[in-house]
Write a protein of this length. Structure first.
Lengths: 169, 404
């Protein structure tokens, strides 16, 4: 049986919930306390696939200022990416384009999915589906509404990326 | 006779320097073979990584350090000498006690007699400096989040302030006018009753018309609040547009009768089933039909026609009112917009009705358009999806929340 390792990057502004999404996906938990990431957290989750094992090696990268100084080169060799925004902070959507362009330059034509996170905060939601659609349309990517708190669409986001990786293989 | 430092073999000197450095700087190193397996590691290598499950020598680098997965090409470039080094800074490493160590990986080429001897991986523990940096980043980001929350609060306060001003201005003028009329006519009716005179049906019709106007103004205010808060709830279901038009006609008939207007309905003989929220459609019709009646002069005509066309129901309201210029039509759906003629006339209005109409129609996948010309009246066309053509979204009980 084959064993394949693929690097996946999570990109997005600070406090959009990248670390929480990874924690939900890898450990199945959630912590409301916000803790800024500096540098990069690298974790792995193994998936059993028909051909063997797929190790998703997930890079949770620091957002915003820290990202611009250190992380662009971290994107080298990435096989797929999730670009995350916070549905309650419209300014985090503006960064979609920045991260998508950077990804295009460092790792062209790789599968990517856009995530509108914190979907559980219904009353505070400030970004509509149309906003997300318009932001990701130029990159041909699809988007999902996720909640690291409730787990909504988190598993699905990574599964879709894993499927896309196999198509691209 | 012992050797002086100057007599030391340079390789031995380098090794001793490295050993001294590893003692003082919490760093470890490993020799990576050209096939990217770990050939040899310093004694503290596994301690620094806090992993000692299996011997490290002979293992692929990417199996032991996931940070190098995807970096194979970069490592080979260093090996070939086409890149000076490869570096990963502040790789977070979770320790068994839950704390985080921050490690920096640097890979350089090892030369041996001009030939490559593989790669040298140096891992440095930069936790102390990184923790300080993390605290600074944490404080800065939390400050930015508070700034964002404050900005939202300011916008919300401004909105509430505008809304409060609108409510006050409507309460002071628009809401008061129909109440004055109601009170006046109620007085007349009372006096007539006291004098044993017959009840004036026109007075009752006026009271009813003014009560409906009040009701519509309050509904518009509530709609505006929901729209501005992004909390407009639409509950679509199949409903008969003909029936809704007939319902609303009953409420505006007294107003039309007072103005001596002809109110004509041309509806299909069979139900026109649209997929929309019936309460919202009633609000839309109340606004557009009462507008047509309000702005049409005495003895004028308002005609309402419904026709199904392809997958939509088309509703046209044509009046013989004063009409509008193209520039006025272009601004008609903006909030608080009223034409100069409307402002100067005695006809009361807040300029919110058509803005709310458009918002409600858009939220139900419909469309609204106005065709007008000064002196030639106005036709307002409303399109709503027919019940059998609105696609997958027709499940009973589905709710859409439209947000701005």
């Amino acid at each position: 049986m084959a064993v394949i390792q693929k690097k996946i990057c999570l990109l997005g502004d600070f406090a959009v919930g990248k670390t929480s999404l990874v924690r939900r996906y890898v450990e199945g938990g959630f912590d409301d306390k916000y803790l800024s990431t500096i540098g990069v957290k690298i974790v792995r989750r193994s998936l059993t696939r028909p051909y063997g094992t797929l190790h998703l090696v997930i890079w949770d990268l620091a957002g915003s200022d820290e990202f611009s100084t250190t992380a662009p080169r971290y994107l080298q060799g990435t096989a797929a990416a999730l670009i995350v925004c916070d549905l309650t902070r419209p300014q985090t959507l503006a960064s979609f384009q920045f991260y998508a362009d950077l990804l295009q330059a460092q790792a062209p034509a790789i599968p990517q999915i856009f995530l509108g996170n914190k979907a559980d905060l219904v009353a505070e939601r400030a970004l509509s589906d149309a906003d997300l659609q318009a932001a990701c349309a130029p990159y041909g990517g699809r988007y999902l509404l996720t909640s690291a708190k409730t787990g909504e669409h988190v598993e699905q986001a990574f599964s879709l990326l894993a499927d896309a990786l196999e198509v691209a293989r | 006779m012992s050797a002086t430092p100057t007599d030391l073999d340079p390789v031995l000197l380098a090794a001793r320097a490295a050993a001294a450095f590893t003692r003082t700087h919490r760093l470890a190193y490993a020799h990576i073979a050209p096939d990217l397996t770990i050939a040899r590691a310093s004694p503290n290598f596994e301690k620094l990584l806090d992993s000692s499950d299996t011997p490290i020598e002979g293992q692929p680098l990417t199996d032991r350090l996931w940070g190098f997965i995807g970096a194979e090409e970069d490592l080979l470039a260093v090996l070939r000498g086409t890149a000076p080094d490869y570096m990963l800074e502040q790789v977070n490493h979770e320790l068994p006690d839950g704390s985080t160590a921050y490690l920096t990986y640097r890979v350089t080429r090892l030369d041996q007699d001009g030939e490559t001897g593989g790669l040298l991986l140096v891992i440095e523990d930069v936790t102390a400096a990184s923790i300080l940096q993390q605290h600074v980043t944490q404080d800065r980001n939390e400050l930015r989040l508070v700034q964002t929350q404050l900005s939202h609060a300011i916008v919300e306060l401004q909105r509430l302030n505008r809304f409060k001003s609108l409510v006050l201005s409507m309460a002071a003028h628009d809401l008061r006018s129909p109440l004055t009329v109601v009170r006046g006519y109620a007085d007349l009716l009372l006096k007539a009753l006291e004098r044993g005179k017959p009840v004036d049906r026109e007075a009752i019709a006026t009271i009813l018309a003014q009560a409906d106007r009040l009701n519509q103004m309050i509904a518009n205010l509530l709609n505006l609040d929901q729209i501005e808060r992004g909390q407009l709830i639409i509950k679509p279901a199949p409903c008969d547009l003909n029936e809704l038009v007939r319902d609303v006609t009953k409420t505006i008939s007294p107003m039309a009768a007072l103005g001596g207007l002809s109110l004509l309905l041309d509806l299909p003989g069979t139900p026109t089933r649209v997929y929309a929220d019936p309460d919202r459609v009633r609000q839309i019709l109340q606004n557009v039909m009462s507008n047509a009646v309000k702005y049409t002069p005495s003895r004028g005509r308002v005609e309402i026609v419904i026709r199904p066309f392809e997958d939509e129901a088309i509703l046209r309201i044509t009046d013989t009112g004063p009409g509008m210029t193209q520039a006025q039509v272009a601004r008609l759906f903006q909030p608080y917009y009223r034409t100069d003629d409307a402002r100067e006339s005695q006809i009361e209005g807040s300029g919110l009705g058509l803005f709310i109409v458009k918002t409600l129609v858009d939220a139900q996948h419909g469309a609204v358009a106005v065709d007008s010309e000064p002196g030639r009246g106005t036709t307002l066309t409303l399109m709503l999806p027919l019940a059998n053509s609105a696609g997958d979204g027709q499940d009973a009980g589905q709710e859409n929340s439209r947000r701005r």
